[in-house]
Design a protein around this ligand. Structure first.
Ligand code: ADP
Length: 913
């Protein structure tokens, strides 16, 4: 290909300079994309593509008008592209172009989404271990910033589970973009997990930005020299490195929002309830297991009226608190709002007029706020006194912690800024800042002079037609203006003979003629001059105003957060009242006592049957049994969600509740999605169990919805059994464990703190009716066999199942029926030995080991114990079976193997007969 010159050459040269995926280059009134970039953009955004020739070659080209770039940028960035924007500027000899910013998923300001948009950096000091679990002595530093609101958080994770904890944090923030530090960059396993758990795009930022000295300097420069000490992270090198990298990235991409990043917050993990990624998903906090927003806890309880309020409520749900102080504060505010119904409605109505101040602060800082945005700032700041009065005038609210929420922002500074903006800006300003009409008269004397002269020149023009009509007697005469002719006088054809000599004709139209007169031309020049001056001055004043707002970013953010908090609290109160929720009593003990509890989401769509739950020191582990679909999962999730809501500061769906505060909620339920991803379910199940057994403490709440189902029955029972013992005896976590292994219910009698409960079902007239009521004790029958019976399985099979079941429950060995092969040989008893979980033969053959009926003895291997010698083919199959690693083999492959074996066995049977 020939080297491109001209505009395409310039484009390609600029593209070389940036590591962005796409370049948008300003060419006059358009942003153009060339070559490959044009093709991508045309493809992604449905733009028309044309050809531009340069130096004998032809290049694809696509473009968007200057003012329309933002939505196109948003669309590209949402699809994960990083887009560089090159702007054109005037020089002495024409114009030049330069890349002014790179818009990336984590630094995009004009997001259309209400949710937080996080940019994260993650670094590691020390040796990393297995990305999935334990075994590192590394420290991870994570910094997270939301450029759209100025929020900036740092945290460190260290200890044995540092890697898992770091990944959990990333999952919680669900960042749009992640900057992996130099050590993490080469850790494929870690990066794979990030890709799998989040929708983030991974971006490379220069290694130097992560260097400790440089990063520290950056952080001090941004937040002030003392900040690291006052936030308590002066020694947190990893966190500081991550923070420095984020700042430098935001700076380098040119988002221009550094000024709105006013506050560094250290994020102390131990203040929050530990909720790992699996649990967040299992409890369907922000989306359902199927990935829908609708049907999640957040969608159910969210009645906020502002986007900032919604963001905050969501954050609360994702980060329940451990400390009673903060929770009691929120609870009291919710209680007050729940009682003061009228004031609550008024408050919510007032808040409904609020704009997103945190986002507006970032827009002001980046210079992208227009006059309407500043009006929105003014109107929202002006709500503060109204909200304050409302609270002050309502006794119930005035006495509640809600009053303190409003005392946090600097109300004086907010009022002052609101007044200034109100005095400066016209009531309803236009959406563009270059065309004037922004600033009120009386705000700036110099501008007023210009405005006056401008207005009077315009008035002269306005009166001109009347004057001319009077002077000339022409009736069809008008004055107008357009781009090509400027101002002109237009006279209808019937009267053109009456125009005075001084009229100079400039254009002939079908029914009229256009003229100018010297004075009109003078006035026109004056108007143009004044107009330009006026626009320029208004723009200057506006920009000064915008800078003032940017300098006050902190006031905006504080006010925004206070209003958001009122909104979130009022939303919780509104939900509590509508759904008859109750204020839970929070205790430091380990009790969880719920009277008439409901599931917060299920109760919305179902005639819900409330249930009690009682857990305390003597009753800390509940084995939940009951038929399929009876409501076991719902009951357990309800316990978890009531605990979680209590630790958000919310009321809970129950008649009464006493909740011992927990340090973590851990869950394990059927792993549908992992199965879909082709990972072995059993492996995942065991990983989740392992994680729980490592992380939970005696202050935790553990929910296990079936453990051990992914493997052979006796394997499964054994694991479930041992896990129960470990949780109940060693960890002593509050645990609810639903199992279909009836055998486990024996533990309820054996272990002092383990109790059985069951979800009752009523069986009459051959139908099972689910009662949805939870009662003490284990289920007393097997509904599986009952269902088999209902389904018409032959009677002997059903009867025999009952018999086998009884024996299994009594832990008796079962003789295998029909083992008399009738071949004239000795009659043998094959027995399934419950001790070993294997088939053994109880024959008269003295070489065979006798098995006691209590199953206490180890049995001999069963493979050829009936004396049959196996053919070589069968042996080969058994060897293969022995070798195969079930956990590592994809299910599909396993099925194929089994099918293959069956075919081989059939063949060999056929051969034998
Ligand atoms: P299991 O875990 O025992 O298989 P689930 O908890 O999944 O059963 O519940 C089965 C169905 O019963 C769900 O559709 C659920 O909405 C409904 N359900 C569960 N508990 C209740 C209840 N207390 N009141 C009304 N419906 C319930």
């Amino acid at each position: 290909m020939t080297e491109a010159t001209g505009i395409v050459g310039e484009f390609l040269a600029l593209k070389e300079e940036t590591d962005a995926d796409i370049l948008a280059m300003q060419c006059g009134d358009f942003y153009e994309f060339f070559a490959e970039d044009a093709e991508i953009v045309a493809d992604e955004l449905d733009l028309k593509i044309s050809q531009k020739s340069s130096h004998g070659s032809s290049y694809p080209m696509a473009g968007v008008p200057l003012d329309d770039l933002t939505p196109y940028l948003s669309a590209l960035v949402e699809r994960g592209y990083r887009v560089a924007v090159a702007d054109q500027y005037e020089t002495d000899d024409g114009h030049a172009r330069e890349i002014s910013r790179v818009v990336t998923p984590g630094t995009h300001l004009a997001t259309t989404d209400d949710d937080a948009q996080y940019l994260a950096a993650v670094v590691r000091d020390g040796e990393g271990g297995d990305a999935k679990r334990t075994g590192t002595d590394a420290t991870y530093g994570i910094a997270v910033a939301d450029v759209t609101t100025g929020q900036f958080l740092v945290t460190e994770q260290s200890g044995a589970d540092a890697t898992a904890a770091a990944l959990t944090e990333l999952y919680k923030f669900d960042p749009a973009e992640v900057l992996p530090g130099p050590e993490v960059r080469s850790d494929d396993a870690f990066l794979d997990e990030v890709r799998e758990r989040t929708d983030a795009s991974l971006s490379l930022h220069t290694t130097e930005a992560f260097a400790p000295g440089r990063a520290r300097h950056r952080v001090r420069e941004q937040f002030g020299a003392e900040t690291l000490e006052s936030v308590g992270i002066a020694d947190a090198d990893a966190a500081v490195r991550a923070a420095g990298a984020v700042i430098s990235y935001v700076d380098e991409t040119g988002a221009g929002v550094l000024a709105s990043m006013t506050r560094l917050q250290s994020f102390d993990e131990s203040a929050y309830v530990d909720l790992d990624a699996t649990t967040q998903r299992n409890l369907e906090l922000t989306e359902t297991m199927q990935g829908d927003r609708e049907g999640s806890l957040f969608a159910t309880v969210d009645h906020t009226v502002t986007s900032a309020g919604g963001r905050l409520l969501r954050e609360w749900l994702q980060r329940p608190r451990r400390s009673r102080g903060e929770l009691t504060r929120r609870q009291s505010a919710v209680a007050a709002l729940a009682e003061a119904a009228m004031a609550r409605d008024q408050l919510r109505e007032t808040l409904g007029d609020a704009y997103d101040l945190e986002r507006l602060a970032s827009k002001a800082a980046s210079g992208s706020a227009d006059a309407r945005d500043l009006r929105a700032v003014q109107e929202t700041l002006a709500l503060l006194p109204a909200v304050g009065d409302l609270i002050a005038e309502t006794e119930r609210l005035a006495e509640s912690p809600l009053a303190d929420v409003l005392d946090r922002p600097d109300r004086e500074a907010a009022a002052e800024l609101a007044t200034d903006l109100d005095e400066a800006l016209v009531e309803d300003p236009p959406g563009t800042v270059t065309q004037g009409g922004l600033i009120r008269q009386g705000f700036d004397p110099d501008l007023d002079e210009i405005i006056e002269a401008h207005e009077s020149a315009l008035a002269w023009i306005e009166e001109l037609p009347e004057r001319e009509k009077r002077k000339t007697g022409i009736t069809h005469l008008s004055v107008d203006r357009n781009r090509t002719d400027g101002y002109y006088i237009q006279v209808g054809n019937s009267e053109t003979d009456q125009v005075p000599d001084e009229y100079e004709q400039i254009k002939s139209l079908k029914n009229s003629e256009r003229y100018v007169v010297p004075e009109l031309e003078d006035r026109e020049r004056e108007i143009l001059r004044l107009e330009e001056r006026r626009h320029e001055m208004e723009r200057e004043i506006f920009e000064r105003l915008r800078d003032r707002v940017a300098a006050r970013a902190e006031v905006l953010q504080e006010t925004g957060r206070a209003l958001a908090e009122c909104d979130a609290l009022a939303s919780l109160a509104a939900h509590a009242v509508r759904n008859d929720w109750t204020r839970p009593e929070l205790t430091d003990g380990r009790a969880l006592a719920v009277e008439q509890g409901r599931h917060p989401v299920v109760e919305q769509t179902t005639q819900f049957v409330p249930n009690d739950l009682r857990m305390d020191d003597e009753r800390q582990f509940l084995i939940v049994t009951g038929p399929n679909m009876s409501g076991k999962s719902t009951y357990m999730r309800q316990a978890a969600l009531i605990t979680l809501l209590a630790q958000v500061g919310s009321f809970v769906p129950a008649r009464s509740a006493r909740v011992g505060l927990v340090d973590g909620i851990y869950t394990r339920v059927g792993a549908l999605d992992e199965l879909a991803q082709g990972r072995s379910t059993f492996m995942v199940e065991m990983q989740e169990l392992s994680n729980i057994l490592h992380s939970a403490s005696d202050d935790s709440l553990v929910i296990l919805d079936e453990v051990g189902r992914g493997t052979a029955t006796y394997d499964g029972i054994s694991i479930a059994w041992a896990a129960t013992e470990y949780l109940a005896n060693r960890i002593q976590a509050k645990t609810l464990f639903a199992t279909h292994y009836h055998e486990l219910t024996a533990l309820g009698e054996e272990l002092p703190t383990v109790e059985n409960v069951h979800v009752a079902a009523d069986e009459s007239d051959g139908d099972v009716t689910f009662l949805r009521t939870v009662r003490d004790g284990p289920t007393n029958r097997s509904y599986g066999i009952h269902v088999a019976d209902l389904a018409g399985v032959p009677e002997p099979v059903v009867d025999r199942s009952r018999d086998v079941l009884t024996r299994l429950r009594e832990e008796k060995a079962i003789e295998v029926q029909g083992s008399d092969r009738g071949d004239g040989g000795e009659t043998e008893q094959v027995v399934f030995d419950l001790g070993s979980g294997e088939l053994v033969t109880e024959g008269t053959n003295s070489t065979q080991q006798q098995v006691a009926t209590d199953g206490s003895q180890t049995a001999a291997p069963a493979n050829d114990s009936d004396g049959r010698s196996l053919d070589s083919e069968t042996e080969a199959i058994l060897d293969e079976l022995d070798d195969i690693d079930v956990n590592e083999t994809p299910p599909v492959e396993l099925m194929a193997k089994v099918q293959n074996w069956q075919e081989q066995l059939e063949d060999s049977d056929a051969d034998a007969n």
